[in-house]
Design a protein around this ligand. Structure first.
Ligand code: HEC
Ligand code: HEC
Ligand code: HEC
Ligand code: HEC
Ligand code: HEC
Length: 467
C-alpha cells in the first residue's frame, strides 16, 4: 500500500511535468490533488434534482452519468491496472470518477474504499464546483466543493447555493480538461478530441463543444429557451445536459434507450456518403465503385475519443435483379466481426515493440490513422470484375457503419454471447448499373419512392376537392 502511494506520487510528478510541457496553456490555477477533499464535501445529485429536475433528467443515463459504472470502463481499467502494476490507477480514475480521486478513495482501483457519491461518474456537484483549471488535457481541474456553484450566468440567484460566473464553462477548454488524454509517461496524445477541434475551422468560427453537444442543435448552436431551475427566470437559452456522443451501446445497459436514440440521431448527422458507379457495365468488365465520405457534422475526427477501439467502415453490396450477390465488402461474419472491409476508419496504436495494441496505456506510437477530419472528404474505391450470367439491372448498395467496439473485444472481456455491440448505419447510398444493350432512354428505374409520393399527393388533392 505504502509503496503504491510513493510510486503514485512520483508518477504524478512526471505526469504534471508532461502535462505542462504538452498542454501549452498558461498556468491558471493549480490542479486539485489526490485526496485533497473528503467525499462528504460534495452534494448528491438528488439534492440538485429538487430544483433542477429537467437538467437532472437530461443528464441521467448519459455517458457522464455512466463514466465510472460503465462496465466496459471497469473491465478495461482492471486490465490497465494489472498491466502497469497499479501505476495508472489514479490517472484513469481522475476523469472517470473525479470525486473518487480528489477525495482520496481511489486507488485502490477495486473500488473497495469508494463512497456512493464517488461512483456517480461525472456529475452535477463535480462539474459545478470546478472553480478553475490549469489548461487542458489529463484533467487539470481545480475544484472547490461547498456552497458556491460555478456556471455560465453572471446574474444567477438561488436560495440554496451561491452562484458564480466562470467564463471557462462557456468555452471548449472546459471539456478539453478531460477530452484530451495524454499518455502520462511517454506523452503520446491518445484522445485528441480537444486538440483536433482547436485546429479546425470550427474553432476559427467559434463553434464550441457546447454549441453542438449542449444545445438543441447537433452540428451547430440552436437555442433551447426555458428555465434553469424551479423559480428561475425564463431565459433565451439554457444548456441541455443530455451531452451525447456516439455511444448507443452502454446507455442501454442502464435503461437509457433515449440516450442511445440521441446518439444514433447524432451519428446520422455526422457524415455524408455519395457513390459513383458506371451507368452501364458488361459481364467480364472491371467495375469501380467510388464512395466519397465527408465528415460534415462533427467538430473533430470521426470517430474520436478512444478511436482506436471505435469502428467506422463502409459496407458494399452488389446484387443482380434476382438477388444474386456479385460483390460484397464490410459485411459481418457469423461471429459479428467485419469481413473484408477496405478501410476501417479509426486509428491503430502501437506498443514499444511496434506491435498494434488496443491497450492505449501500453501505446507509445501511432501506427495508422484513418480517421476523417472535420469537413474532410475521403474517397474509397471498390473494384471487381462483373461475372457472367447476371440479370440486369444491378443494384449497388452502400452503408456507412459505426460501432463502439469490435465484437471480439467485447467477447474477450465479457465472454462470448454476453453483449452484442450494436451496428449503427450513419448513412446509406445506392445506385444502379444497367445492361449496355439497353437503350439509354429506358435506363430509368421506376422509383417506388416517387409513386408513393404521387399517390399521397393525389389522395390529399382528392380529400381537398371533396371537402
Ligand atoms: C460535464 C460537466 C457537467 C455536468 C455533469 C453537469 N453540468 Fe451543468 N453545466 C455544465 C456546463 C459546461 C454548463 C454551461 C454550458 C454553456 O453555457 O454553454 C452548465 C450549465 C448549467 C446550469 C446553468 C443553466 C444552463 O443550463 O445553462 C445549471 C443550472 C446546471 N448546469 C446544473 C447542473 C445540474 C443540476 C447537473 C446534474 C444533474 C449538471 N449541471 C451536470 C457542465 C456540466
Ligand atoms: C432550492 C433550489 C435549488 C437547489 C437545491 C439547487 N439549485 Fe442550482 N439554482 C437554483 C436556481 C433557482 C438557480 C438560478 C437559475 C437562473 O439563474 O436562471 C440555480 C442556478 C444554478 C447554477 C447556475 C450558476 C451560474 O452562475 O451560472 C448552477 C451551476 C447550479 N444551480 C447548480 C446546482 C447544483 C450542482 C446543485 C446541487 C448541488 C444545485 N444547483 C441545487 C436552484 C437550486
Ligand atoms: C460541429 C458540431 C460539433 C462540435 C463543435 C463538437 N462535436 Fe463532438 N460530436 C459531434 C457529432 C455530430 C458527433 C457524432 C459523430 C462522432 O462520433 O464523431 C460527435 C461525437 C462526439 C463524441 C463521441 C465520439 C465517438 O466517435 O465515439 C465525443 C466524445 C465528442 N463528440 C466530444 C466533443 C468535444 C469534447 C468537443 C469540443 C472539443 C466536441 N465534441 C465538438 C458534433 C460536434
Ligand atoms: C471530468 C472530466 C470530464 C469533463 C469536464 C467533460 N467530460 Fe465528457 N466524458 C468524460 C468521460 C470520462 C466520458 C466517458 C465515459 C465512458 O465512456 O465511460 C465522457 C463522455 C462524453 C461524451 C459521450 C461520448 C460517447 O461516446 O457517446 C460526450 C459527447 C462528452 N463527454 C462531451 C463532453 C463535453 C461537450 C464536455 C464539456 C461541456 C465534457 N464532455 C466535459 C469526462 C469528462
Ligand atoms: C483525461 C481524461 C481521461 C483519462 C485520464 C482516461 N480517460 Fe477513459 N475516457 C475519457 C473520455 C473523455 C472518454 C470518452 C471518449 C469517447 O467516447 O470516445 C473515455 C472513454 C473510455 C473508454 C470507453 C468506454 C466506452 O464505453 O466506450 C474506456 C474503456 C476508457 N476510457 C478507459 C480508460 C482507462 C483504462 C484509462 C487509464 C489508462 C482511462 N480511460 C483514462 C477520459 C479519460
Amino acid at each position: 500500500m505504502k509503496e503504491r502511494v510513493v510510486k503514485g506520487s512520483l508518477f504524478f510528478i512526471v505526469a504534471v511535468v508532461l502535462v505542462s510541457l504538452f498542454s501549452g496553456f498558461a498556468v491558471a490555477t493549480e490542479a486539485t490533488q489526490f485526496g485533497e477533499y473528503s467525499a462528504d464535501g460534495f452534494t448528491y445529485e438528488s439534492r440538485c434534482r429538487q430544483c433542477h429536475a429537467i437538467i437532472y433528467g437530461e443528464w441521467e443515463g448519459t455517458m457522464h452519468f455512466n463514466a465510472y459504472l460503465d462496465p466496459f470502463y471497469l473491465e478495461e481499467v482492471k486490465v490497465a491496472s494489472a498491466d502497469t502494476e497499479g501505476l495508472v490507477d489514479e490517472f484513469c480514475s481522475r476523469c472517470h470518477t473525479p470525486i473518487g480521486v480528489v477525495s482520496g478513495e481511489i486507488p485502490p482501483i477495486d473500488g473497495s474504499e469508494m463512497s456512493d457519491i464517488s461512483k456517480l461518474g461525472v456529475q452535477c456537484d463535480f462539474c459545478h464546483v470546478v472553480s478553475g483549471s490549469n489548461g487542458t488535457g489529463n484533467a487539470p481541474f481545480t475544484v472547490t466543493p461547498g456552497d458556491t456553484k460555478w456556471g455560465p450566468f453572471d446574474d444567477s440567484k438561488s436560495a440554496y447555493h451561491d452562484s458564480e460566473y466562470l467564463e471557462l464553462y462557456t468555452q471548449s477548454e472546459y471539456c478539453g480538461m478531460c477530452h484530451e488524454v495524454i499518455h502520462p509517461v511517454n506523452g503520446l496524445v491518445i484522445d485528441d478530441t480537444y486538440p483536433t477541434w482547436k485546429n479546425s475551422q470550427y474553432a476559427e468560427d467559434n463553434v464550441i463543444c457546447q454549441d453542438c453537444h449542449m444545445t438543441e442543435g447537433i452540428t451547430e448552436f440552436k437555442a433551447n429557451p426555458g428555465r434553469a431551475g424551479s423559480g428561475a427566470p425564463k431565459r433565451e437559452h439554457i444548456s441541455s445536459h443530455d451531452i451525447v456522443g456516439a455511444n448507443a451501446f452502454i446507455p442501454v445497459m442502464f435503461g437509457a434507450e433515449n440516450v442511445a436514440d440521441m446518439a444514433i440521431e447524432r451519428l446520422q448527422n455526422a457524415a455524408t456518403l455519395e457513390i459513383t458507379v458506371p451507368e452501364i457495365a458488361a459481364s467480364g468488365e472491371e467495375v469501380t465503385i467510388e464512395a466519397a465520405i465527408t465528415n460534415s457534422g462533427a467538430g473533430h475526427n470521426i470517430p474520436t475519443g478512444v478511436s482506436e477501439i471505435r469502428q467506422i467502415w463502409l459496407e458494399v453490396m452488389v446484387t443482380d435483379s434476382e438477388g444474386e450477390e456479385l460483390y460484397s465488402a464490410g459485411t459481418l461474419d457469423t461471429n459479428g466481426n467485419i469481413e473484408s472491409a477496405k478501410i476501417i476508419y479509426n486509428n491503430v496504436l502501437g506498443d514499444n515493440s511496434g506491435n498494434a495494441t488496443d491497450s492505449f496505456w501500453l501505446a507509445d506510437r501511432v501506427l495508422e490513422d484513418n480517421r476523417i477530419g472535420p469537413k474532410e472528404t475521403v474517397i474509397e474505391e471498390h473494384t471487381f470484375i462483373l461475372p457472367d450470367d447476371i440479370v440486369y439491372p444491378l443494384k449497388v448498395e452502400t452503408n456507412l457503419n459505426y460501432r463502439s467496439a469490435p465484437q471480439y473485444t467485447i467477447d474477450h472481456l465479457f465472454g462470448e454471447g454476453m453483449y452484442e455491440v450494436p451496428v449503427i448505419s450513419m448513412n446509406e447510398a445506392s445506385n444502379t448499373i444497367y445492361d449496355p444493350a439497353m437503350p439509354p432512354e429506358d435506363r430509368k428505374e421506376s422509383t417506388p419512392g416517387f409513386s408513393i409520393f404521387a399517390a399521397c399527393m393525389a389522395f390529399i388533392l382528392m380529400m381537398y376537392i371533396f371537402k
